[in-house]
Design a protein around this ligand. Sequence first.
Ligand SMILES: *Cc1c(COP(=O)(O)O)cnc(C)c1O
Length: 382
Amino acid sequence: MTETPLPRRARAEIDLGALRANVRTLRARVGPHVRVMAVVKADAYGHGAVRCARAALEAGADWLGTATPQEALALRAAGITGVPLMCWLWAPGDPWDRGIEAGLDMSVSGMWALAEVVEAARRTGGTARVQLKADTGLGRNGCQPADWPELVEAALKAEADGLVRVTGLWSHLACADEPRHPSIAAQLDVFRSMLDLAERAGVVPEVRHIANSAAALTLPEAHFDMVRPGIAVYGISPSPDLGTAAGLGLRPVMSLKGSVALVKRVPAGHGVGYGHHYVTEAETTLGLVPLGYADGVPRHASGRGPVLVGGTVRRVAGRVAMDQFVVDLGGEEPGAGAEAVLFGPGDRGEPTAEDWAVAADTIAYEIVTRIGARVPRVYLGE
Ligand SMILES: *Cc1c(COP(=O)(O)O)cnc(C)c1O
């Protein structure tokens, strides 16, 4: 058997062994009575939804979650069936019919959505699995406390008519990644009272849940029946304020690597790249890394983004362009084809996605999620 050659220009290595270990860590952290929904929205935060979903299930995840119905339906089409799968970001006219047929748990935040899902249940003759979302203070999606009694009552009527089954009551936290932020306790209070109202009215949910990664890792009082970790599954700390990935028992899953495409000697005073934002101080060597903002390398990290080449961390010299950027190799000549590691787990001297987040003034979520379709994903540990 011949091995498939690794993509040379660039690749994102996805360590499924690390992903499984992260899910087991989260499982152990929340205990045996709390279910774990692995969130695989946005193509599993750029890591590849189908493979990551399968690996998360192998490691003991009980549920899967996506943002859009299209993402959830794609998982079902890939053969991921027989596991509860929830999606929460619906727009008017979205495919409720197909969601019912695929057995999705569909989030409903308001009366328009309940009306559409009930209509779809009538059309298809199925029973829709519906989870009612409460806005307990995030101020984004979800039903306001003042509108909650009306939504609960309408959902119970549809349940009595056999058109829907209210499988869940849920919400989302605004500041779970800021330890002791006062909004956390306030949201949990509102959540408990909205649960209470719905359950007194007759809702018998299978699951009540509010916790993202940060809350799953640090707020046991927010676990309820299930937690919904996303970023932690991919081995990244939700926030530097909560500790490092290693400190939380997590291992980064994605490594972004490229090959140095050209090394050349240039004289002092040589401008580098568009706008000449970098000028060599002395005679030196430049290395060309064939990855750019079209691949998700943030242009905001121009002049700052770190890259490991030949055992030394270098910085992007000048601007990140669409397809490439340059590093000043300080006279070293690693040779064309040398490995350039933009980020990885961080234990072999390479930068992490968190380091890139600092360099680009953003969060590590955005770094991994935006790695583009032009970068092949290579799976390790399948
Ligand atoms: C993205 C998302 C999550 C996961 O959040 P992380 O911070 O990545 O753990 C959980 N719940 C909802 C509603 C989300 O949109």
